[in-house]
Ligand binder design. Structure first.
Ligand code: NAD
Ligand code: IPM
Ligand code: MG
Length: 362
């Protein structure tokens, strides 16, 4: 029987619509090829341009469609020129994370042979950074105190969210180990040498680790982790950290992979998930058709895997892997890559090459 999945689509701002259209086309192609599953895509408004014209960055109806969907695809939202009255940028992706309680921000860092990287070592890199995505230093976002003389934001680490976050991290490490891709190791990245909140974070991590005696659990300070991501990234398996630390380290991870155009992400909660690239709306190249679509396509591949695992659809899980491998193959060949990766293909040509590779490998 064919299972239908409802997907809410946030095309967003800047290059958002340019990378979303070919990604949805690839997913539609998959569903045409498969009898097991099909999609219903519902495109909804949100973002900076929408805010500029309506005063709403995430309309209630769009949020409701997201809540009623099986998964959410988001390209990029925000424009430096569009701000709330307090001077901060509109950020509906943060609202979605908080509204849907998407506590686990999964940001893979993979560098396969032949991929452009500033790293000197040729060792294969394959680790997952899990960024807590609902609290930490983002807790007081929108309500920080600012006076003429001092500004203050609050970092929050809660037991409930941390327990879920660490459980998710250990389960993921176990899954990776089973599939032969990981060492069965989770590293808690914190600043427990200075802040009591991080000592608390670490203590909850240790409690959760005790439930997984077959896995390795260790700790690292965030500053040293930044160093080791450059010096020995091949040593990591699953890293789990606070929201702001994860935001910064994931862009460092993107830099190691050859740029933001190859960095996908998934914000996952108990019942909902948003799949989006780590990059932003890239206003400097918007409208030219030259944006790299691969971070978006790789995020869609993560969506296929997540939906497949949660709905017992092995074909879908396999298709997620197929899609990721197709992108990796196109990147390794280096012919149909966009400018940021040193190629001369446009967005459409890059996606066409991925689709061609998939059809050849079926
Ligand atoms: N998840 C999101 O929606 C998200 C993430 C980060 C930033 N933003 C927002 O996006 C806007 C622009 O932010 P920014 O300039 O700091 O970051 P950005 O990620 O949009 O761009 C940084 C640099 O990377 C390049 N780049 C990014 N994505 C690319 C792609 N797919 N292909 C080729 N080049 C790409 C851009 O051209 C730019 O030079 C801001 O309003 C910011 O708040 C949104
Ligand atoms: C655009 C911004 C709100 C967002 C964040 O800070 O989480 C982005 O940087 C990300 O990494 O997804
Ligand atoms: Mg970021």
């Amino acid at each position: 029987m064919t299972q239908k999945f409802k997907i809410a689509v946030f095309e967003g701002d800047g290059i958002g619509p340019e990378i979303m259209a070919p990604t949805v086309a690839i997913l539609k192609k998959f569903s045409q090829l498969r009898s097991d599953y099909t999609f219903e895509f519902n495109t909804v408004p949100a973002g900076a341009a929408h805010y500029a014209t309506t005063g709403e960055s995430l309309p209630e109806a769009s949020l409701q469609t997201a809540k009623d969907s099986d998964a959410i695809l988001l390209s990029a939202m925000g424009l430096p020129s569009v701000r709330y009255e307090d001077g901060t940028e509109i950020s509906p992706q943060i609202d979605l994370r908080k509204e849907l309680n998407l506590y686990a921000g999964v940001r893979p860092v993979r560098i396969s042979r032949g991929q452009r990287t500033p790293l000197k070592s040729e060792a294969e890199v394959d680790f997952i950074l899990i960024r807590e995505s609902t609290e930490g230093l983002f807790h007081s976002q929108g309500s920080g105190e600012v006076s003429d003389t001092v500004a203050r934001e609050t970092l929050q680490i809660s037991r409930e969210t941390s327990e879920k976050l660490f459980k998710f991290s250990f389960e993921l490490a176990r899954l990776r180990q089973k599939s032969g891709r990981g060492q069965g190791r989770v590293t808690c990245v914190d600043k427990a040498n200075v802040f009591r909140a991080f000592a608390f974070f670490r203590a909850i991590f240790d409690e959760e680790a005790a439930r997984y005696p077959e896995l390795i659990a260790d700790h690292a300070y965030v500053d040293a982790t930044a160093l080791w991501m450059v010096e020995k990234p091949e040593s990591f398996d699953v890293l789990v950290t606070e929201n702001m630390f994860g935001d910064i380290l994931s862009d460092l991870g993107a830099g190691l992979m050859g740029g933001l155009g190859l960095a996908p992400s998934a914000d996952i909660g108990d019942t909902a998930a948003v799949f989006q690239p780590c990059h932003g709306s890239a206003p400097d190249i918007a409208g030219q058709g030259i944006a790299n679509p691969f971070a978006m396509v790789l995020s869609a591949a993560m969506m296929l895997e997540w939906l497949g695992i949660n709905h017992n659809q092995p074909t879908m899980v396999g298709d997620g892997t197929l899609l990721r491998l197709a992108v990796e193959a196109v990147v390794a060949r280096g012919v149909y890559t966009t400018r940021d990766l040193g190629g001369s293909a446009n967005t459409e040509q890059a996606c066409a090459a991925v689709l061609e590779h998939i059809l050849e490998s079926l």
